[in-house]
Write a protein that binds this ligand. Structure first.
Ligand code: 4NP
Length: 154
């Protein structure tokens, strides 16, 4: 059976599309299904932010087939792992959880690098291109660890 992984941020245009693209590039699509969503509905149906598209392209990843969508409670049924980018996303997703099983699926993505330290992937939306470089580096490191864990399981 495939393992389904969901990446979640606020807008689903900056951080989680990058996380989706990066983890896809490190995993076997026959074994792992990856998607992303936003807790907000501002960018439903939209392309990733041009700055995310650009930094992905620099690393030879194409994320332009992705479109924004909002996280729904049904995502708890469809996904085994839900990685959120920051503690606001964590609270928003946890507030929709129906039970302990749902809650157990939700994890801050940088917990993979800094366990238990509650480190956020900073929201780069209002900032400069430099912020996107930083976000890419953090997500690449976290996704490397996630991909290795998924490989061990398969
Ligand atoms: P993201 O960044 O959560 O990484 O996709 C944001 C994108 C858009 C907005 C906020 C954060 N917004 O408020 O429109």
């Amino acid at each position: 059976m495939k393992t389904n992984v969901l990446m979640v941020c606020l807008g689903n245009i900056c951080r989680s599309p990058l996380a989706e693209g990066i983890l896809k590039s490190k995993t076997d699509s026959e074994k792992v299904y990856i998607d992303s969503a936003g807790t907000g509905n501002y960018h439903v149906g939209g392309l990733p932010d041009p700055r995310s598209i650009a930094i992905a392209k620099k690393h030879k990843l194409d994320i332009t087939t992705q479109r924004g969508r909002q996280f729904t409670v049904q995502d708890f049924d469809r996904f085994h792992h839900i990685y959120v980018m920051d503690t606001f996303n964590y609270s928003d997703v946890i507030s929709l959880a129906r039970n302990e099983e749902d809650k157990k699926k939700v994890k801050l993505i940088l917990d993979e690098i800094f366990p238990g330290e509650n480190v956020d992937v900073p929201d780069p939306y209002q900032g400069l291109a430099e912020g996107f470089k930083n976000v890419y580096r953090m997500l690449d490191e976290a996704c490397e660890i996630i991909a290795a864990k998924l490989k061990d399981k398969n």
